[in-house]
Design a protein around this ligand. Structure first.
Ligand SMILES: C[S@@+](CC[C@H](N)C(=O)[O-])C[C@H]1O[C@@H](n2cnc3c(N)ncnc32)[C@H](O)[C@@H]1O
Length: 335
């Protein structure tokens, strides 16, 4: 962020944007009023979304996955944060298509992309179904604005994509929406993340209805010390330490050469394990379903240490004795 603190006027604009995101009056999208509003969003809410993209992209890098599509489509691009994060994450992309119901947003996102990646071909399209064919489709924080018809069009576009990276807010409702996307696309796509299996989502079992599939991104340390970000959190009532998200990364079957086999037999930690004095309660998802496990310091000292620091790899191979984790092998060992 550029200047020391937000002005009163900027805070009022951000509060109005947030209210619209929270009360559902954003349905249908296309509410952007000016470039100044998009720039303000991009430097605040958009940047926080960027940190979620950083978390997902870091996980994909660590796991050695990269998309093969040369063309990227950012669907519901807003200020274009998702497209820019992804273009910067891997070499070799040839074009970026920005799509949104708001022409203002598409123009803003395109001009930011051009500034950042002058050699990249960029274009704007209000209907991205054709552009999505054979592309890497990005979707970020859109589902709660899409009515049934828009969601249907988006799924139809997704079915034509080569790969998909989709991030939504880490709320119960948004995670559940994304789970229903997963179930619709499962037959045609391999799941790269977050799931370690291609079985029906365990969250759909009746006993797990109170749970949802979410994860936490890290807030960069510069931001936690920054006066403008603390003003942002304080004035808008946003907990700056917590950045929950849900996500889904898919590759058309056959494209990723059975990437699923790398995580066969592994489980994924959901949400934030609860520190219960002497042990952690861990919600774990695997092919056999979602279960509550216990990690005791005396059984798994290294895992307990990593959990306490908030650094444990989310993907682990457990050895279990009932609900007790007696051994844990992370997919990506701590460095
Ligand atoms: C919360 S913003 C997210 C913007 C951006 N993807 C991000 O992550 O920062 C949602 C965006 O989706 C757009 N949108 C909503 N419904 C849409 C639809 N049916 N088709 C295309 N864009 C849509 C809105 O105009 C808005 O720009």
């Amino acid at each position: 962020m550029a200047s020391p603190t937000f002005t009163r006027q900027e805070l009022a604009t951000l509060a109005a944007l947030r209210a619209r995101f929270l009360d559902g009056s954003n349905a249908g999208g296309g509410y952007w009023k000016s470039d100044a509003e998009l720039a303000l969003y991009d430097a605040s809410f958009g940047e926080r979304i960027g940190w979620k993209w950083d978390a997902v992209l870091a996980e994909l890098h660590a796991r050695g996955w990269r998309p093969s599509a040369k063309n990227v489509v950012d669907w519901g691009c807003g200020s274009g944060i998702a497209g820019r994060r992804v273009i910067a994450a891997w070499e070799g992309f040839e074009s970026l298509t920005l799509t949104d119901v708001s022409p203002l947003a598409m123009r803003f996102a395109e001009s930011r992309a051009r500034e950042n990646f002058p050699a990249l071909r960029t274009r704007m399209k209000s209907d991205a179904a054709d552009a999505a064919a054979g592309s890497l489709l990005l979707v970020s924080h859109v589902l709660n604005e899409a009515d049934d018809a828009a969601a249907h069009r988006l799924i139809a576009a997704a079915r034509r994509a080569q790969e998909i990276i989709w991030i939504e807010a880490g709320t119960h409702a948004d995670s559940r929406r994304l789970i229903s996307v997963r179930e619709k696309l499962l037959a045609e796509f391999e799941i790269i993340a977050p799931c370690t299996h291609a079985a029906r989502c365990g969250m759909l079992a009746a006993e797990n209805s109170a749970h949802w599939c979410h994860h936490f991104a890290r807030v960069p340390s510069e931001a936690s010390r920054d006066a403008r970000w603390s003003q942002f959190g304080r004035e808008l009532g946003i907990d700056m330490r917590s950045l929950p998200y849900s996500f889904l990364v898919l590759a058309r079957r056959g494209v990723a050469a059975d990437f699923e086999k790398n995580v066969r037999g592994f489980s994924r930690i959901i949400g934030r394990p609860r520190d219960e004095k002497g042990h952690f309660e861990v919600l774990s998802c695997s092919e056999t379903g979602v279960e509550d496990l216990i990690a005791q310091k005396r059984d798994v000292p290294e895992l307990s240490r990593q959990l306490r620091k908030g650094h444990a790899d989310a993907v682990q191979r457990w050895t279990l004795n009932g609900r007790r984790i007696t051994d844990a092998a992370p997919l990506i060992p701590p460095n």
